[in-house]
Design a protein around this ligand. Structure first.
Ligand code: ZN
Ligand code: ZN
Ligand code: FE
Length: 756
């Protein structure tokens, strides 16, 4: 028999960690105890040495999804300890259990879900039931330490029953800060807008019942959730979905769905093992799943996936006793910030709905639903928010690191802060071109700075001079008298992957829609060599004149015209007919006169152009629409490809042959499926061919791929297939999104690499 002391730090309190340790201990026949300490969790384990080792490994590998273990240590104790007969959760030594890290919001656990449907349980049908293992966290925490008095629960005084649970060590609700019940906790109310004024018309069960009947009648209801409002309606009622599209100015963009259970989702989508685990886990994000049929095409027209989530609050569970499937889309206007404040919601959503199922607890931090997709078993975070924020990422460089504020980028706002070896990324903050999102950005930064007690010493921003985030960072640095560094957008994308895998030398493939290049052009189809701290642009997609600027990004037919003009002018008239695109002549004239100075090498725009050329999508009503619709036509097992040329002298990739062959294939009546598949595989081949060239020159075989284009699952799977039996190792983003919301981590890492 051995005794070992195991110390764990990170997010290990307030996330159901101790019960997990106890379960794991029983599994490995470990005796002893676990207790919360100021630094994290301490475990005393008594067993055979190999049992203890397996026990620790099990803990490290299978810790609750919302927890984060930053460091662990194990030490065998020589001195005599009492012989333990059981494994117990010890009462806390210190009140408050100070931990500088706060947990993310956790989806309702199975036991709480069971209790709210149990007529004999005192939590029966109470919509704010929670326990030590589940419930709101980040969204309600106002300051540290994480104690009830520092949350928006402070105004609710616990009743005797709740208090007993809260103070009983053996209870599931021991120290559950948001603990509440029907008698003492928050309550539902239905707000209706009557004569332009919000009026609370019903409370408690009656508010709930009325909501159910409104939804059954085909109305849209705004429902207050964990991190903000949702707009909810019947998903199979095509009429109300259409109405919601019109009112939300979202003609085509997919809506998220919430379903009662896995079985319901399976009627519409294929679900693989890791997708199922993610759907049912503690984070409960929206998971993008391949459609099985076209029954719900009105929810997500023209794309291959539907976004599903399962109920994650008691209120959701109660609702889904009456429904199987509901639209659960973010309660905001188009791309504006999510509504969390009641009064502002009543005002800003007034054009969409008159009905609000609300409750009298404030959401302190607004946070949207996260979105996850999978390429085979590889997890891709599309939107990092509820359940994933504020989980720290270990940046593994010394404690000497200065504290850094990395401002991120604009298209998908998200900043990052560092302290010692910890990186904390903000929740998804939306497109920073909108004033409400800028406000959200400021609000969130102030929160993060105060709650994690951070005082940035260095500021890093994108090199785009006109980004809100860049200008904000500049002002911030000026005010505080701090040094500021600007890092090129696409390089930062690659550094974000390097940070996640602790890499120093890589071949970097950075594909996205827009980013300010070192030469003032718009980059986005970039191949980098990062070696010995230096970053060199090895190759890029050949430049094209960005006629009509930002509008070209909104209207793929403009990019199609630009591509055709450059590579196949004879085909312009047949592919882009005058009667369909009357503004065509204007662009044509500008191209002829060669007046456009701004050039682009964007891969995102190349996808747009091809989507339009083969008549899949000519206008982007939401970001990435054309690319997603093009992807929907592609078969990932396809293996034919178009030829392209690499001009070594000028380090550029000439795609003339790709464009000409695509037009040829159209003339030969090849299907959209054929052309799209072939085009996708061409890009996969392009990545592989260029990597071989770069490797032969620089001897590097680690490949880091990032940028918004790498949300394309077909492309990712094709790339993996092409590289399968090669000497290369591919690295992807795992814990930050490959899109612009992941850039702050790259900004930090680039600075740290250079300053070591
Ligand atoms: Zn629970
Ligand atoms: Zn109570
Ligand atoms: Fe980007």
């Amino acid at each position: 028999m051995k005794h070992a002391e195991i110390l764990l730090t990170g997010i290990v309190q307030g996330v159901g960690f101790r019960p997990f340790v106890k379960r794991t201990a029983l599994k490995h026949s470990i005796k002893g105890y676990v207790e919360n300490r100021e630094f994290g969790v301490k475990i005393i384990a008594s067993a055979q040495k190999n049992n203890i080792e397996e026990f620790l490994l099990d803990i490290l590998n299978n810790a609750p999804a919302v927890s984060t273990i930053l460091t662990h240590s194990i030490q065998y104790i020589e001195s005599e300890l009492p012989d333990f007969e059981t494994f117990e959760i010890a009462p806390s030594k210190k009140k408050g259990e100070i931990s500088a890290l706060i947990p993310p919001d956790i989806a309702t656990c199975d036991q709480c879900a069971r209790e709210i449907s149990d007529k004999k349980d005192r939590h029966f049908s109470y919509p704010f039931t929670n326990c030590t293992n589940c419930g709101p966290r980040f969204s309600i925490i106002q300051s540290i330490p994480y104690d009830r008095k520092n949350t928006t629960m402070k105004k609710f005084i616990m009743c005797d029953d709740c208090n007993r649970e809260y103070t009983t060590v053996s209870d599931r609700r021991y120290h559950a800060q948001p603990n509440a019940c029907q008698k003492c906790g928050p309550e539902l109310r239905l707000i209706e807008i009557i004569d332009e004024k919000p009026v609370a018309t019903e409370r408690r069960e009656r508010a709930f019942d009325k909501t159910v009947s409104l939804l059954q009648k085909g109305k849209i209801v705004a429902i207050k959730g964990i991190g903000g409002y949702h707009l909810v309606c019947n998903a199979v009622n095509a009429e109300v979905v259409k109405k919601l599209r019109t009112l939300k100015y979202r003609p085509q963009k997919p809506f998220a769905l919430m379903a009662r259970d896995i079985k319901t989702i399976e009627e519409y989508c294929e679900i693989h093992k890791c997708e199922k685990e993610m759907l049912q886990g503690q984070q409960k994000p929206i998971v993008l799943l391949n459609k099985r049929n076209n029954t719900l095409d009105h929810i997500a027209p023209g794309v291959k996936a539907l976004g599903f989530m399962l109920p994650y609050t008691p209120l959701h569970y109660l609702l889904f006793k009456h429904f199987r499937l509901l639209v659960f889309t973010s309660g905001n206007i188009s791309e504006e910030a999510l509504e969390n404040n009641d009064d502002s919601a009543y005002q800003n959503l007034a054009n969409i709905t008159k009905y609000y199922l609300s409750y009298n607890r404030e959401i302190f931090n607004r946070i949207d639903d996260s979105i996850v997709t999978f390429a085979d078993t590889q997890q891709i975070l599309i939107r990092k928010a509820r359940g994933f924020v504020p989980k720290p990422i270990n940046i593994k460089k010394g404690a000497e690191n200065p504290q850094i504020f990395a401002a991120g980028a604009d298209m998908k706002g998200s900043f990052g802060l560092t302290k010692e070896n910890i990186f904390l990324g903000s929740q998804y903050l939306g497109d920073l071109a909108f004033t409400s999102n800028m406000e959200f950005y400021r609000e969130s930064l102030n929160y993060f700075k105060s709650i994690f007690e951070m005082k940035p010493e260095v500021v890093i921003a994108d090199s785009h001079p006109n980004y809100f985030s860049t200008q904000f960072a500049q002002d911030f640095a000026d005010e505080q008298g701090l040094p500021i560094h600007n890092i090129q957008h696409h390089k930062a994308h690659i550094y974000s992957v390097m940070a996640e895998h602790d890499l120093e030398n890589v071949l970097g493939i950075s594909f996205d829609g827009t980013g300010f290049g070192d030469d003032g052009n718009i980059w986005g189809g970039e191949f980098f060599i990062i070696k010995n701290i230096e970053c060199e642009r090895f190759a890029h997609l050949n430049y094209l004149p960005m006629v009509s600027g930002a509008r070209a990004a909104k209207e793929p037919w403009r990019m199609a015209l630009i591509y055709l003009f450059k590579y196949y002018p004879e085909a312009v008239n047949s592919i882009i007919p005058e009667d369909k695109f009357p503004q065509k002549d204007m662009i044509f004239l500008q191209l002829l006169n060669d007046t456009v100075k701004l050039q682009t090498s964007s891969m995102g725009r190349f996808f747009d152009a091809v989507a339009s050329i083969i008549d899949v999508c000519h206008y982007n009503s939401y970001e990435g629409e054309a690319a997603m619709k093009l992807e929907a036509f592609a078969d990932e097992n396809f293996s034919e490809y178009y030829h392209f040329e690499f001009d070594k002298q000028r380090s550029l990739i000439n795609v003339s042959k790709i464009i000409r062959s695509i037009v040829q294939d159209i003339k030969e009546d090849r299907s959209k499926e054929y052309i799209s598949s072939k085009y996708h595989f061409t890009i996969a081949r392009m990545v592989f061919d260029l990597c071989k060239k770069m490797k032969s020159e620089y001897g590097i075989d680690s490949v880091a791929l990032s940028g918004g284009v790498f949300q394309n699952v077909v492309l990712i799977n094709m790339i993996k297939r092409v590289f399968a039996n090669s000497d290369f190792t591919l690295y992807w983003n795992e814990n930050v999104p490959p899109n612009d919301a992941g850039i702050a981590l790259g900004q930090v890492y680039s600075y740290l690499l250079k300053s070591r």
